[in-house]
Design a protein around this ligand. Structure first.
Ligand code: NAD
Ligand code: ZN
Length: 385
């Protein structure tokens, strides 16, 4: 069946065959395959993916989490696209709408969605399947095998099917090859600063890890009025970009022969007001906590890891510090992403400056390698026109 979508009138009843990068097993290179994408079912939307970023969480699943039950899968969770067709019962979306897939759903009905204190949604894959990082239900098959939809999104594919509770409709004029970044990294880092940490005007902040997530956290600290923002990374090539987003001081922990928390304490008269860990390393999480000032310091875990325990001395918290974390920057996803798109279009937040490379879907392994070796901030894959 060589049927291309463009020639199909009632596409929602048809299986689409399209290109996707399949991760058959942990640590292996992704393979370009033809996959079958089933029609959207009740409450679901089939999306033509236009562009996607590559985020460290894709690399985490492939190289760090490595849970075999989470494979084969199609990675990618930082995409944007256009609605191709909708399943029964979908009234808020129509073919042609510009959308951003959400790795964190917002059903609006569960006790978490109803509570203003959190952005977690009980219907999200992460409620039950955080270890395999996808719901076992999938609309993808390849070579007669079901292929998982990583984080419910799978944007390393020309088409994907997502429940409407995990799709945000955005402005018709939004440039998809840029706003795709709001599907994960930028919203995550920015929200971690403005929502989870609650950075206050005049405060002193430290951001550990200057990938897109960390740089977005720097941008959040700056927009919230921080007076001093320490940018901490072991890769000094990241410092120039951090300056663009508002960092004022730059520290490479490897350049000191004492813990960076001590260096920060000396430079700030006791520690920073807010610290954000944007690496996904339990040692750095501890260091970020230890870098906070006693009494009121707040440290936020943003980096994603679930392979080992972390540790800290109890006195760190007894002394009045707060240790917290968030998923997707604490933003209620469906409500917030359209607003963040507007914030970009009106110049309140930056996106263009995060993009350092552009490639095709076929080059996805090169894009992964760029991130692995610390040579990019965000590489955008152009999936389709
Ligand atoms: P990235 O790989 O682009 O950036 C990570 C940065 O950390 C790099 O610049 C690297 O040099 C730096 N780094 C590594 N080891 C360090 C150390 N010991 N000290 C200081 N810096 C160090 O990754 P990214 O895409 O920006 O993602 C960052 C983290 O955020 C990842 O763990 C990712 O999985 C996580 N994440 C979490 C969420 C969430 O909702 N909580 C969402 C997206 C991403
Ligand atoms: Zn991500």
């Amino acid at each position: 069946l060589q049927l291309r979508l463009e020639s199909v009138d009632h596409a929602s009843t048809q299986v689409i065959k399209c290109r996707a990068a399949v991760a058959w097993e942990p640590t292996a290179a992704l393979m370009m395959e033809e996959i079958e994408v089933a029609p959207p079912q009740e409450g679901e939307i089939r999306i033509k993916v236009v562009a996607t970023g590559v985020c460290h969480t894709d690399l985490y699943h492939l190289f760090e989490g490595k849970d075999k039950r989470g494979f084969p899968t199609v990675l990618g969770h930082e995409g944007a696209g256009v609605v191709e067709s909708v399943g029964p019962g979908v009234t808020d979306f129509k073919p042609g709408d510009k959308v951003i897939p959400l790795f964190l759903s917002q059903c609006g009905e569960c006790k978490f969605c109803k509570c203003p204190k959190t952005n977690l949604c009980d219907r999200n894959w992460s409620s039950k399947y955080h270890d395999i990082m996808s719901d076992p239900t999938t609309r993808f098959t390849c070579r007669d095998r079901p292929i998982l939809q990583f984080m419910g999104t799978s944007t390393f594919s020309e088409y994907t099917v997502i429940n409407q509770i995990a799709v945000a409709k955005i402005d018709d004029d939004a440039p998809l090859e840029r706003v795709c970044l709001l599907g994960c990294g930028i919203s995550t880092g920015y929200g971690a600063a403005v929502n989870t940490a609650g950075v206050t005007p005049g405060s002193v902040c430290a951001v550990f890890g200057l990938g897109a997530v960390g740089l977005a956290a720097v941008m959040g600290c700056k927009n919230a009025g921080a007076s001093r923002i320490f940018a901490v990374d072991i890769n000094e090539q990241k410092f120039e970009k951090a300056k663009v987003f508002g960092a004022t001081d730059f520290l490479n922990p490897k350049a000191y022969n004492k813990p960076i928390s001590e260096v920060l304490a000396e430079m700030t008269n006791g520690g920073v007001d807010f610290s954000l860990e944007c690496v996904g390393n339990t040692e750095v999480m501890r260091t970020a906590l230890e870098s906070c000032v006693k009494g009121w310091g707040v440290s936020v875990l943003v980096g994603w890891t679930d392979v080992k325990d972390f540790s800290a001395r109890p006195i760190q918290l007894i002394s009045g510090k707060t240790w917290k974390g968030s998923l997707f920057g604490g933003f209620k996803s469906k409500d917030s992403v359209p607003n963040l798109v507007c914030d970009y279009m009106t110049g309140k937040i930056k996106l263009d400056e995060f993009i350092t490379h552009k490639m095709s879907l076929e080059q996805v392994n090169d894009a992964i390698n760029l991130m692995k070796t610390g040579q990019c901030i965000r590489c955008i894959l152009n999936i389709s026109k």
